[in-house]
Design a protein around this ligand. Structure first.
Ligand code: TYD
Ligand code: MG
Length: 456
């Protein structure tokens, strides 16, 4: 009999260790290591095994796979998926509790159920609760098949019998498989359960949605290993208190990454917002200090958002740098560049920066707007209403162009903005937009100079 070796695994990041330690050596989380039996029967989990046994081929001999996509009919979801659902693809949908994961997938399945065989497996709610939700969504559940089940073996048996083309499992953390001894929700359970479902999806061409919970820190709970096993990772953003919800593709083997779909939560479920470019702008009656509008480009679509900063005398020896919707280290870096190349020191000030509406801006085009909002708050003077900005700032104080600059300017023009503070390198010679005053900048000191002139 094989000796059962005991190993320890971090429930946050999935890192393994041969002995127990109080702090995970990989992710630094405390007290997260739990015992697991190292007798995993099939080590090569989650990989694509469809072509096994064909040996080595020349790439040109391989006929490219034709991906027939199934449109869900929910336009914003189709676009994040890259134009519809690919058979055999596995999609992980993550997000905070109550943000709308179950609602969105139920809507998607019910929209599909007329034309396709579907199966909704819930491990969190009873079928009665799901039926109640469906009634609230005013959708008919005539064709949708549903089961409340948490055993992977049972789910696989159901999937064999029902042969669904689209399968939803809500959520992966509630599942358990008999192959693994540990409790549901533990890393080895989640990984093993997901691996078995993924294998089923790949072998049968079933499109599989897995719902995943997030941890307190906002990461997809526990196993980041899941992200490697699936084709697409979608993530719900936006604050659960607000009306808007953004679904972002963090990873997508079948489409553009960072593509977003925008929804509004109504009392009859999530509705797609097909023209979201300016919904995250808060309209101040008067220009206010610390507020700047930027055009960000998420995926393939420009989006106007408001960046707000508050700069205030700090009572702390180590003043605070806090961001919401932006990367914190980037703010610290920008403030250093502002000091070195713009001659403005905020080392005795707390700096808070927020993107309005719970949007996350992941691109560097936010650099110039962030610095402008900081300057505006620091001087306590507002920037003109009709101004917007974008641009990346480098450590040498240079302002760099961003992708799709001219498209961003045109989008802002559509929403009535009249002045653009943008990287000079984004403006080709002869580029004009009717009624738009272009203020090209090359270096950070020019940004500071322009700001001094613009501040009201
Ligand atoms: P839910 O889909 O259950 O979230 P998750 O599965 O991500 O935990 O989210 C439901 C939330 O949305 C809940 O707080 C109630 C609200 N809601 C509406 O506002 N309108 C609706 O039509 C539905 C179904 C839910
Ligand atoms: Mg749910």
């Amino acid at each position: 009999m094989a000796r059962v070796k005991v190993r320890y695994q971090c429930s946050e990041c999935g890192a393994e260790s041969p002995k127990w330690v109080g702090r995970c050596p990989d992710c630094g989380a405390w007290n997260t290591l739990t015992e697991m039996a190292a007798t995993v029967s099939h080590p090569a989990r989650g990989g694509y095994a469809g072509a096994a046994g064909r040996g080595v081929q020349t790439l040109s001999e391989v006929t490219p796979e034709r991906t027939e996509r199934t449109r869900l009919g929910i336009e914003e979801l189709d676009r994040v998926l890259g134009g519809g659902l690919v058979p055999g693809s596995v999609i992980l949908l993550g997000g905070d509790p109550g943000i709308g994961k179950s609602t969105l997938l139920l809507q998607a399945l019910m929209a599909l159920a007329d034309r396709h065989r579907t199966l909704y497996v819930t491990g969190e709610e009873s079928p009665e609760q799901v039926a109640l939700r469906a009634a609230r969504l005013r959708l008919s559940g005539e064709r949708l098949r549903i089961a409340a089940e948490t055993s992977v073996e049972a789910i696989l048996a159901m999937a064999q019998a029902e042969r669904p083309q689209v399968l939803v499992v809500d959520s992966i953390q509630t599942l358990f498989t008999e192959e693994v001894g540990s409790a549901p929700g533990s890393v080895s359970q989640v990984r093993e359960s997901a691996a078995r479902l993924v294998r089923h999806a790949k072998a049968t061409g079933t499109a599989l949605f897995l719902v995943g919970h997030v941890t307190k820190e906002g990461a997809l709970a526990g196993p980041r290993v899941l992200e490697h096993m699936v084709d697409t990772v979608l993530y719900f953003e936006g604050d659960a208190g607000g009306r808007y919800r953004i679904v972002r593709a963090i990873k997508n083997r079948f489409g553009a990454v960072n593509e977003i779909g925008v929804f509004v939560m109504t009392d009859t479920g999530l509705k797609a917002v097909s023209n979201p470019s300016a919904i995250f702008l808060s309209r101040h009656e008067q220009p206010v200090p610390g507020s700047v509008v930027m055009v960000t480009r998420e995926g393939t679509r420009p989006l106007l958002v408001e960046v707000q900063a508050l700069v205030d005398d700090s009572q702390l020896g180590n003043p605070r740098r806090v961001t919401l919707g932006l990367e914190q280290n980037r703010l610290a870096m920008l403030l250093a560049v502002l000091h070195r190349h713009g001659g403005i020191a905020v080392s005795d000030q707390d700096v808070f920066v927020n993107v309005v509406g719970g949007v996350r801006v992941t691109e560097t085009a936010a650099d110039v707007p962030v610095l402008l909002s900081v300057l505006s708050s620091f001087r306590n003077r507002a920037l003109p209403h009709e101004l917007f900005a974008f641009g990346e700032v480098g450590l040498a104080g240079e302002v760099r162009p961003v992708p799709g600059g001219q498209e961003r300017i045109r989008e802002a023009a559509k929403h009535g903005f009249r002045r653009a503070l943008v990287p000079a390198a984004n403006l080709t010679r002869g580029f004009r937009v009717e009624g738009m005053e272009l203020l090209p900048v090359r270096r950070l000191d020019e940004v500071v100079g322009q700001a001094s002139e613009l501040l009201l």
